[in-house]
Design a protein around this ligand. Structure first.
Ligand code: HEC
Ligand code: HEC
Length: 376
């Protein structure tokens, strides 16, 4: 079996899915020729529910924490305030939570998001829940960490629309209540900086983990946590070849070092009716970051955790339902047309990846006494 790959990123491919892992780097990407074989002993039999297989991994309770940004309760609380504060946008209306609603699935359930002054971009907002497990951020993997990611939306003209980060820092400094909060966390003379702002936001995001889905409980040994149909769907997911890309505890590929992405072509097999129906070839994906011809239509393999909650699907939000997204994947990535039963079983399995969401309460924000934030 040979999977597509990129020049920049040494991808990892599970040979035969469950066997040894092979590293290689290729200059061009190729479509998957056929379904990889699944050894019979790797398939869960419905009559005797076998316990956990080697590929099945529960979501860890804590994500990787970078050495230069350790978690602390005060930092997480500050990050949460910043995450919810619309004053980080040019007209005081848009916060991170506007597009990544942590009271719900962590996205906005829209094809594309709405930023300041009703502006829209070309891509769909992914969920922030479990984003701490992703080794690169954004559909095209252009940010190597949550810290770097958080610098993007604030100054993006179609998102929060601030002129630049100097303007953001100025705004935060003009809100008197932020100074002592930053000071308590960062203990510097001038603690309100770009770096400290994004560090605090990232620290809050690293608390947004959803463990204990039915699938996780199954993997930990409770074989009653999944329904028969979900187990059937788990088998179909593995047998059809979905696992070749959506592997690991987060179903987003092999665990790579932070900053290193797992990229694959979408569509891997161009030419299906979906290319035009869902405009799959309009955005060139990773190619827009690297400029490399071989990266055209390469995308980071996304997580499938909580996927039932984050419709519509794909980078452009073009597909409304999970059932259709699964059929599109089977056809464009594996050259397969699923039967209705196969698609429904896989969807049932994907539903078992919805985890437990910790209660999120809106934070109190420090006030802006006596003045408008729209001053200059
Ligand atoms: C106007 C809507 C909007 C706002 C506001 C916004 N985002 Fe996003 N966010 C998006 C979109 C759209 C993407 C995907 C863009 C892409 O991949 O090119 C994204 C991507 C992300 C990702 C990457 C997730 C992944 O799976 O790769 C994270 C994390 C994130 N945003 C966090 C934040 C934070 C933190 C803020 C506030 C500082 C914020 N966002 C503000 C729309 C928004
Ligand atoms: C060759 C690698 C590959 C294979 C095989 C594959 N996927 Fe994907 N999958 C991807 C990539 C890359 C994306 C991101 C597409 C994009 O950028 O819009 C994706 C996206 C998805 C999404 C949408 C995620 C979202 O947040 O919108 C779902 C659902 C999904 N895959 C399920 C499956 C299922 C089910 C199978 C098996 C039938 C499968 N995938 C097989 C690479 C793959």
């Amino acid at each position: 079996m040979k999977l597509s790959n990129t020049l920049l990123m040494g991808g990892i491919v599970g040979a035969g899915i469950l066997g040894a892992v092979t590293y290689y780097v290729s200059t061009s990407q190729e479509a998957l020729p056929e379904t990889p074989p699944i050894p019979a002993d790797k398939v869960v039999k419905l009559d005797k529910k076998l316990p956990v297989l080697t590929w099945q991994k529960a979501l860890p309770e804590t994500p990787p924490i970078p050495a230069d940004n350790p978690q602390s309760a005060a930092k997480i609380e500050l990050g949460k305030k910043l995450y919810f504060d619309p004053r980080l946008s040019s007209n005081g209306t848009v916060s991170c939570n506007s597009c990544h609603n942590v009271m719900a699935g962590g996205d906005d359930n829209r094809p594309v998001s709405v930023g300041v002054d009703g502006k829209t971009g070309g891509r769909s907002a992914p969920t922030v829940w479990n984003s701490a497990f992703l080794s690169v951020q954004f559909w095209d993997g252009r940010a190597p960490s949550l810290e770097e990611q958080a610098k993007g939306p604030v100054t993006n003209p179609v998102e929060m629309g601030m002129k630049d980060w100097n303007a953001v820092v100025k705004t935060l400094k003009a809100i008197p209540g932020y100074q002592p909060l930053f000071k308590a966390v960062f203990k510097e003379e001038n603690p309100i900086t770009t770096d400290n702002t994004v560090k605090a936001i990232a620290a809050y995001e690293r608390t947004l983990i959803t463990p204990n889905s039915p699938y996780d409980r199954y993997v930990k040994g409770d074989i009653t946590a999944l329904t028969e149909q979900q187990i059937q769907g788990m088998n179909t997911f593995a047998q059809a070849g979905c696992l070749a890309c959506h592997m690991g505890a987060n179903f987003s590929g092999p665990q790579l070092a932070m900053g290193t992405g797992f990229f694959q072509k979408f569509p891997s097999i161009p030419g299906s009716e979906y290319d035009t129906k869902y405009k799959l070839l309009e955005d060139t994906g990773r190619h827009q970051v690297t400029g490399n011809e071989s990266d055209k239509h390469s995308w980071r393999v996304p997580t499938l955790r909580n996927i039932a909650l984050t419709a519509p699907y794909f980078h452009n939000g073009a597909v409304a339902t999970l059932d259709e997204a699964v059929r599109v994947m089977a056809k464009t990535q594996l050259g397969k047309v699923l039967t209705d039963k196969e698609a429904q079983d896989i969807v049932a399995f994907l539903n078992s990846l919805t985890g437990e969401f910790s209660e999120q309460t809106m934070p109190r924000l420090p006030g802006t006494p006596g003045k408008s934030i729209i001053s200059d």
